[in-house]
Structure formats: C-alpha cells, structure tokens
Design a protein around this ligand. Structure first.
Ligand code: NI
Length: 171
C-alpha cells in the first residue's frame, strides 16, 4: 500500500516526467497504485498522488460492479472536442470535498503506452473522458480545485478549513 499525498502537499504541484523504460520497478509501481486506489475506493490515481513524479495513471470506474483496470503510461491528449459546462469531481488528494469543475472536454483521444510497451489510442466521450483529464492534470501539477470558479474557490477554502478542524477533533 502506498501513502496518498494530500493537499496542500507541494509534491502535488510538481510536473511528472515521461517514463523512459517500462521495467520491473514500473510494473510493480502500477500494481501498488492499483492496490492503493482500490483500498481507498478511488476511481483513478496518478503517480504524483503517491509522491512519484512519473507519468503513470491507473483508473477503474468499476461500472456495474465489474473491475476494468486501465493503466496509462505517458498519456497525451492528442485531440478533443466539445466542452462540459460543469462536471462534479472529487479527488483522493482532496478528501471529503466535491465540487463542479468547469470546461472539461467531452470527447478526447489519448495516446499512451501499456505495461507491455504497446502504443495505444483510446477515444471516449463518456465519464472516463473526464477521469482521464483529471488524472493527466495531476501529472501537470494541477488539481481539480484549481479549475473552480473564483466563488467556488472561496467556498473550497472555507470548507477545507472546516474539514481539517473536524479531522483534528476526531483524532
Ligand atoms: Ni485526483
């Protein structure tokens, strides 16, 4: 199990580097990231969130209770179309807070490597599209709270303080 870095940890603000060689270390890391994501009931996790600055993402939407793990190495969005006005998001690195994010793309085309070093292309206009954009943001040092409107950012600051106080009390 890996430890999840929580906002405002500065590592979440750094940029991840391309994975140059998919070796045993990377494969093990992908396994541990998936294990960590399942443990915390997340639907996506970027390496950045476990303090590793490499372009690795695991996603499992567990639709209809079925596991469908997607691993993306060095993902790049090569095309996109349409925009959601609003989309509700949350994040394992910002636990307990959910809000509506503006301007996520609807349809995306992503290029990435799988763990066997095969180049893959994925196209989606479903929920998965937004999850991939959220996770790629992590690799660029960006969090979903950065994409809130100015008013919602103020709400976040207040709510976050409240959440931290509650956490302290519970300890
Ligand atoms: Ni996240």
């Amino acid at each position: 199990m890996l430890e999840i870095k929580v906002y405002p940890d500065s590592i979440l603000r750094r940029k991840a580097k391309d994975v140059e060689k998919i070796d045993d270390r990377i494969v093990k890391l992908l396994d541990e990231m998936a294990e960590t994501m399942y443990h915390f009931n997340g639907i996506g996790l970027a390496a950045e969130q476990v303090g590793i600055l490499e372009k690795l993402i695991v996603i499992d939407l567990r639709r209809e209770g079925k596991n469908e793990l997607i691993e993306l190495i060095n993902p790049v969005i090569i095309d996109s179309e349409g925009t959601y006005e609003e989309h509700e998001e949350g994040c394992l690195s910002v636990p307990g807070y959910y809000d509506t994010v503006k301007d996520r793309k609807k349809w995306i085309k992503v290029k990435y490597l799988d763990r066997n070093e095969n180049e893959k292309i994925l196209e989606t206009d479903e929920f998965l599209s937004v999850v991939i954009q959220h996770e790629i943001d992590h690799l660029n040092g960006k969090l979903f709270i950065d994409r809130l409107s100015p008013t919602r950012k103020m709400v976040f600051k207040k709510e976050w303080k409240k959440l931290q106080k509650e956490k302290e009390k519970a300890q």
